[in-house]
Design a protein around this ligand. Structure first.
Ligand SMILES: [Zn+2]
Length: 121
C-alpha cells in the first residue's frame, strides 16, 4: 500500500504543522543589539523595529523560516486561518485514505471471486 503510506506521511506533516502553530508566541527583542533590527509583520506588513517596541510575535512556518507579527491580534488571525487550512487538508487526506481503503477492499473481493472461480491457481 504505497499510496496509503504517502497519505500517512502527509498526515504526519500536517500534524507537525498544527503543533508548530501552538509553539508560536510572544518574543522580546534583545536589548543588547548594537544595531536596531526590524521586520515587516507577516500579516499586516507593518514595520516592527527593535528600537521602537519591546515585543513581537513569532510562529514557525514551513522549514526553518519563521513568521513574525507586530501584535497578538495579527498572530492570532494568521494562526486561526492557517489552522483552518490545515484542518481542511487533514480532512481531505483522511477522506482519500478512506476512499483508497474501499478500493482495496473491492479489489480484494474481486480477486477472491476470480480465485474461487479457478481463474487464478
Ligand atoms: Zn501586523
Amino acid at each position: 500500500m504505497d499510496l496509503d503510506f504517502n497519505l500517512m506521511m502527509e498526515l504526519t506533516e500536517i500534524e507537525l504543522r498544527l503543533k508548530g502553530l501552538d509553539e508560536g508566541g510572544k518574543k522580546y527583542f534583545k536589548k543588547d543589539m548594537t544595531r536596531p533590527w526590524s521586520f515587516k509583520c507577516s500579516l499586516c506588513e507593518k514595520r516592527v523595529g527593535s528600537n521602537k517596541v519591546d515585543e513581537y510575535w513569532s510562529m514557525p512556518s514551513t522549514g526553518y523560516d519563521r513568521y513574525r507579527f507586530c501584535s497578538k491580534e495579527c498572530a492570532d488571525c494568521y494562526s486561526k486561518a492557517r489552522k483552518n487550512e490545515l484542518l481542511a487538508q487533514r480532512k481531505q487526506v483522511m477522506q482519500n485514505r478512506k476512499l483508497l481503503r474501499e478500493f482495496y477492499k473491492e479489489a480484494e473481493r474481486r480477486y477472491m471471486e476470480v480465485k474461487r472461480g479457478g481463474w487464478v491457481s
